[in-house]
Design a protein around this ligand. Structure first.
Ligand code: SF4
Ligand code: SF4
Ligand code: FES
Length: 250
């Protein structure tokens, strides 16, 4: 039978330290609804399925087109972007929404992903420039290199890969898959290559590349299909090369 109502079960938490609790909601089905449109419906009328008034759900979103990554949450236990997760692609059963578990909770479905951005700072995930004056066209990049760079440039820091990585947790210093992959991107850039050694050094110590257990969960969930494990293989070659160079005084 076709779906006529949408049921949601949402894990809520009022403050970063408060105890979590669950609330259930129900709303009429409409074609092409995604998870965020359901949350917007609840915001218009924050009343639970049992008819009790409650507070609107807090969640993050910005682009609404799977570019910013900020709306990432667990939908039926799987990390994904709530802005593009269509209700009709989910089983006709209560849809369970939870915040990501690897980042501190701010409120309800909002999490604080600072740790991932600190990782990007640690690896200098940018191209250094010495001014904004016109430097003319940059060095030519081959088509094959451009293709690889494009794949890695699609990372939207959504955190799905960090969520499923067994090595990334609050008991480890592991920097996690997303920042590591950006080392691969920026070291391949003709200008970014000037800082390649610094980037490699930043992942050669504690919490770096060697803490990846190669479980490959990350590559399976990345919504942008970024070849994360290929990046780790290439970074392994680059860090070994640098280690040998240093061994011989380079
Ligand atoms: S390969 Fe496994 S351990 Fe390494 S970053 Fe990916 S999920 Fe984590
Ligand atoms: S690598 Fe993929 S899963 Fe990880 S943060 Fe970037 S886009 Fe998200
Ligand atoms: S709101 Fe930007 S990815 Fe969903």
């Amino acid at each position: 039978m076709a779906r006529t109502t949408i049921e949601l079960r949402i894990k809520r938490q009022d403050t970063p330290t408060a105890a979590p609790y669950w609330e259930e909601f129900s709303m009429p089905w409409r074609a092409n609804m995604n998870v965020i449109s359901c949350l917007m419906e609840i915001r218009k009328r924050p009343v639970t399925r049992a008819g009790q008034k409650t507070t609107p759900i807090a969640w993050d979103a910005s682009c609404l087109e799977e570019v910013c990554g900020s709306c990432t949450m667990l939908v039926n236990g799987k990390p994904c972007q709530s802005c593009t997760q269509l209700v009709d692609k989910l089983p006709d059963a209560p849809i369970v929404l939870e915040p990501l578990t690897k980042f501190p909770i701010v409120r309800d479905l909002q999490v604080d992903r600072t740790r991932m951005f600190e990782g990007l700072k640690q690896v200098k995930a940018w191209i250094a420039i010495d001014g904004t004056h016109d430097l003319g066209p940059g060095p030519r990049v081959s088509e094959s290199e451009r293709e690889i760079a494009y794949a890695f440039s699609r990372c939207m820091t959504c955190g799905c890969c960090m969520e499923v990585c067994p090595q990334f947790n609050d008991r480890s210093d592991f920097i996690g898959p997303a920042p590591l992959a950006q080392v691969r991107l920026f070291n391949a850039h003709p200008t970014g290559h000037m800082n390649a050694r610094e980037r490699l050094e930043s992942i050669m110590g504690r919490g770096g590349l060697s803490e990846c257990g190669n479980a490959q969960n990350c590559v399976e969930v990345c919504p942008k299909e970024i070849p994360l494990t290929e990046a780790f293989g290439e970074l392994g070659r680059q860090t070994t090369g640098l280690w040998l160079k240093k061994l011989f005084g380079g």
